[in-house]
Design a protein around this ligand. Structure first.
Ligand code: FES
Ligand code: FES
Length: 170
């Protein structure tokens, strides 16, 4: 069936969805309008990475992509990464490292790191920087974010299991 001019259909966090849209609407605007507000609006011009989502396995800026360009694709947002009760591994390490200040950059960071971990098998600093370069943080100075990410990546590289969350009760 030919896609309707005023709708877009794509898999969003594993579920096939159809949304009304306009030809000039950006994917970020559609997502936030539809309640996926974990994906942040920062600069709106492809600089800060706050709007990072994963489209067909690649981290992209949702503020640059037209919603229509997502037609037939797989889109994943931060809502697919972890929940408040059950955060993703990197989210847990960010909290443990005290790496979250205002937190605005964090969803985008998590999505870029997710793409990295799903795509690469070795995590040399240079490769990690390539994936994370497009995500800016104006609060932390990056050091604690880097420490948290390195912990996750080093654990993966060593094939070690994910530790229980801090404060987990047995
Ligand atoms: S809001 Fe998209 S890169 Fe800044
Ligand atoms: S924690 Fe505030 S922008 Fe990163």
């Amino acid at each position: 069936m030919k896609p309707d001019q005023n709708t877009v259909s794509f898999t969003l966090n594993g579920e096939l969805k159809t949304f009304a849209t306009e030809p000039d609407e950006k994917l970020l605007a559609l997502l936030r309008r539809e309640g996926y507000r974990g994906t942040k609006f920062g600069c709106g011009q492809g600089t800060c990475g706050a709007c990072t989502v994963i489209v067909d396995g690649r981290a992209v800026y949702g503020c640059l992509l037209y919603a229509k360009q997502a037609e037939g694709r797989s889109v994943r947002t931060i809502e697919s990464a972890g929940t408040f009760e059950e955060p993703a591994e990197f989210q847990k390490e960010l909290i443990a490292a005290g790496a979250v200040q205002c937190g605005y950059c964090i969803p985008g960071m998590v999505m870029s790191a997710t793409a990295l971990m799903e795509t690469e098998t070795v995590f040399e600093d240079e490769i990690v920087r390539e994936y994370m370069d497009g995500n800016l943080c104006r609060c932390t100075g990056y050091e604690k974010i880097w420490i948290a990410l390195r912990k996750v990546l080093d654990r993966r590289a060593a094939g070690k299991p994910v530790p229980e969350p801090h404060g987990h009760k047995h």
